[in-house]
Design a binder for this molecule. Structure first.
Ligand code: KIV
Ligand code: ZN
Length: 507
């Protein structure tokens, strides 16, 4: 395929109709603006015949697209009946690129039991509806047609194909092939898509629209691209009826990883996902591909080892992408459980400002493992606690425990271990960082401060989110290091950074 995928978003229509509280005009506008940021090429803004509220919402978004001079296709859904089609056109006609999306079921089951119509009558209705829609849109807009339940049309495929040819002659330029209910293996659907793409004129866009009833909508959509479909109908966060529609992020990343070029701002994906979950009031499940909170976590020792060894590489041993691709600022998060190894200990201690060596981490790992068998996953604070308790006899190392600020006296009392010996020192200084620097000189490990920065770890970083991150540049004898410390207490973060830096310089 050389054609770039055309991302056609159906969140405001297919997903919205499945929400417990469908969005109103204002809410739809917020989602719409996010879709523009994401850079999709088409947006199905709603089903105007469904309600006056949806009609108004669609019209509002078409007007907004017009005001912004947006070149995104603005589409409205309509059943194959004149009143729906008129309503859809009324709603979207002011958009720079309007579209009417007409649909009618063509599966044997639906025609017989739902529509209760003969196949030929269904074909005639579809052709006439498309011709009518075309007569309204003229050259300004275009028509998409969907044979609903296309995925169920294995037995009457020839009938459907012939109908689609006539529908194209009547004026449809996009033929969308819905797998309205996912029942079979993806390749059955993909093969049917291929046959349609081969049979229709080359200027017709073949589109795919998959529901995720068996969890394979992404697979069916991605493979359909390579079978000749170029319009991908997807929803944000995979929202939609039942188990949802095809998840846009998964399709985009799978195509990107397969070398397909596209005009989507992939870097907006993660933020879009978080916002969509909030707006739709549908939580992102922890293991959701790409966007779930858990999907960057590594807990087993073997995976942690591989993740650590490839952490700065674009392609990680146990990660599908460098998550910065989708705007997620965390890649490999290592946490400690009874399944974890020395690498997790090493990474966690270093991240918290204790520059231990792998040998030291190896010694601590079985102790932590035993504790974790009783206590479950260990938070960093617990690992640091055990580290201080067990490793305070490490020679040549200063282990910071506490700092007490004596109010009104500009005095700071430090408790720490040095060379395995417990120490307590009282220092007078203007502030705690100055006090720590004075202490470093007093205990024979002098360091000079070059710069200091404190920030808050972003929400995207699950493990340390919201905590203070101190980064302090220290030097001695021409050698410079950065000490880093994280804590929910800014003072403790500062001290971890200073003592981490001292250990890096002298340890
Ligand atoms: O799933 C479906 O069949 C649909 C059609 C209206 C396109 O959403
Ligand atoms: Zn659908």
């Amino acid at each position: 395929m050389t054609v770039k995928p055309f991302f056609y978003d159906i969140t405001l229509r297919d997903a919205n109709q499945a929400l417990a509280t469908p969005w109103n005009k204002e809410q739809k506008e917020v989602v719409f603006k996010q879709l523009l940021k994401l850079g999709v090429q088409g947006i199905e803004v709603g089903f105007p015949a469904a309600s006056e509220m949806d009609f108004e919402s669609c019209r509002n978004l078409a007007e907004l697209a017009n005001k912004l001079g947006s070149q995104v296709v603005i589409s409205a859904l309509a059943r194959a009946k004149d009143s729906d089609i008129k309503k859809a056109w009324q709603a979207v006609k002011v958009a720079p690129k309007p579209r009417i999306h007409v649909f009618l079921a063509m599966s044997p089951l639906s025609m017989k039991h739902v529509l209760q119509m003969e196949p030929m009558a269904v074909r005639t209705q579809a052709v006439e509806a498309v011709a009518f829609a075309k007569s309204l849109v003229g050259e300004k807009g275009n028509i998409e047609f969907s044979p609903e339940h296309f995925g169920d049309c294995v037995e009457n495929f020839d009938f459907v194909l012939e109908s689609l040819k006539q529908i194209v002659e009547a004026g449809a330029t996009t033929i969308n092939l819905p797998n309205t209910v996912e029942r079979y293996r993806p390749m059955i659907y993909v093969d049917m898509v291929r046959k349609v793409a081969e049979a229709l004129p080359k200027n017709i866009t073949v589109s795919v629209h998959c529901h995720n009833d068996l969890g394979m909508a992404t697979a069916a959509t991605v493979e359909s691209y390579f079978a000749g479909a170029s319009q991908m109908e997807c929803a944000l966060n995979g929202l939609g009826e039942r188990s949802g529609n095809t998840n846009m992020y998964e399709v985009a990343v799978a195509l990107h990883n397969s070398g397909v070029e596209m005009d989507l701002n992939l870097g907006e994906i993660y933020e879009t996902a978080i916002l969509t979950s909030k707006w739709a009031k549908v939580p992102i499940y922890a293991k959701a591909p790409l966007i779930g909170i858990e999907v960057v976590s590594h807990r087993s020792g073997i995976h942690q080892d591989g993740a650590s060894k490839t952490k700065n590489m674009k392609k990680g041993a146990y990660r599908p992408i460098d998550y910065s691709l989708i705007g997620r600022h965390e890649n490999d998060v290592l946490t400690f459980t009874s399944q974890s190894g020395k690498t997790a200990v090493y990474e966690i201690l270093n991240h918290n400002g204790y520059p231990v060596e792998l040998d030291e981490a190896t010694e601590l790992q079985p102790i932590l493992k035993e504790i974790s068998e009783r206590e479950g996953e260990l938070p960093d604070s617990r690992i640091l606690e055990v580290f201080r308790e067990k490793c305070c006899n490490l020679n040549g190392r200063v282990i910071f425990h506490t700092i007490d600020v004596i109010p009104g006296e500009n005095r700071f009392v430090f408790k720490f271990h040095k060379d395995g010996v417990h120490c307590e020192e009282s220092i007078s200084a203007e502030g705690p960082i100055e006090a720590a620097l004075l202490l470093s000189r007093k205990i024979g490990l002098p360091v000079e401060l070059n710069s200091y920065n404190q920030s808050v770890v972003s929400d995207a970083d699950k493990l340390w989110a919201g905590r203070a991150l101190s980064e302090i540049s220290l030097s001695v004898n021409g050698k410079t290091v950065i000490g880093r410390g994280v804590s929910s207490d800014t003072l403790v973060a500062n001290m971890r950074a200073v003592f981490g830096g001292i250990n890096k310089l002298y340890g």
